[in-house]
Design a protein around this ligand. Sequence first.
Ligand code: UD1
Length: 423
Amino acid sequence: MDKLIVHGGHLLEGTVYVSGSKNSSLPILAATLLTRDKCVIRRVPDLSDTNYMVQILASLGAQVERASGMVTVEADSIRSEAPYDLVRKMRASVCVMGPLLARTGECLVSLPGGCVIGDRPVDLHLRGFEQLGAEVKVSGGNIHVKASPDSGDREVNMLGKHGSTVLGTDNVLMASVLTRGTTVIEGVATEPEVVDLTEFLIKMGAKIQGAGTRTLVVEGVKELHGAEHTVIPDRIEAGTFLVAGAIAGRRVTLKQADAQHMQGFIDVLVQCGYPVEISGAGDITISRIENPRGAEIRTEPYPGFPTDMQAQFTALLATVPGLSTITENIFPQRFMHVPELARMGADISMEGPTAIIRGTERLGGAPVMASDLRASAALVLAGLMAEGSTEVNRLYHIDRGYEHIDHKLGMLGARMERVKVTG
Ligand code: UD1
């Protein structure tokens, strides 16, 4: 188990390349199960989560090859049962349910457990499958779904009490592309990663209208064929580097980013006073300022401020003098980073799902514990500007979603070392 020791106080400057999106890669890799033909997916980031997905595809019977960002999958014949040992390691593995159901007529997947960012049910995925006409049984910790031979038209609704669901939309969409008749899916998530999956499915021969809107209309086809696809840039990795530039940078430029996907939080950086320059070529530059202002943030579904940037902005605003608030509307319990930031000197109190942040110009290094992917990133960001050294333990969380983060921040001038912890 690795830990990262971040030596604070070194100004960041330079250029960093944004990796392909983790949250696009996972469902797109799962979607390759929908055809017997070969699919080639490019710009897949080298992360433990994408490695788990590759292992799941292989254990389902697909031939998978991986070489520097390119994953080739040929799923000539597949099983419908996903292995518990692999599925339990990554919640996002539930997105193999949709393709397995479409391709084999059934799927058996273990129920994902809880996780530190709170209760994360799959009821909307299962309700969606039922509205598609499938039979769903949950017993013994497993989900068993069986497609029905029904070929009539159907309507599915993806909305729950916190809005739509990203992976639920992916699952129902993938389950419907090979289902006869017309499926109208209402209340779908419009996150760019859902649109990226939709575009890949269309390249495979799926008939889908309404990409990027709240309603998708799917005309079922008999079969899909192989396709090649390059995943979109990771807007959350890109956003994390922008915050690194704001918190500890002189001038940091992102390359191969997509600012259109990032408007929900670029707007907040601009409100805080940070100059953000966007060029059509995928470059985004952020520069340091002397007197940034606080902000009021509410996490929302896309195109609003994403929950996956909440922890990083909590770290940033903890270093911006004045009062700021962040209200978490998607995962109200997602504040595990707050007590850890407090160990570094941050002044944050909680009122329900709202963090009230009184910014301070100085944080101090401390040993801290990473609890989930984005919370870990927040601790590294705080460590970049803290006085002294910050020891971020349980680094495996960050390796789930950030490709070579220590190397990339190092290229910008950050000082940090990865240390193996034995025993
Ligand atoms: C995806 C992202 C994750 C991001 C989240 C919200 C991936 C691999 N992960 O997760 O990084 O933080 O979107 O943008 O893409 N809900 C239900 N019932 C369900 C499903 C969800 O009540 O069946 C609730 C959740 O508890 C949450 C909200 O809906 O409050 C949104 O969750 P959802 O969009 O499903 O998150 P994921 O798709 O798991």
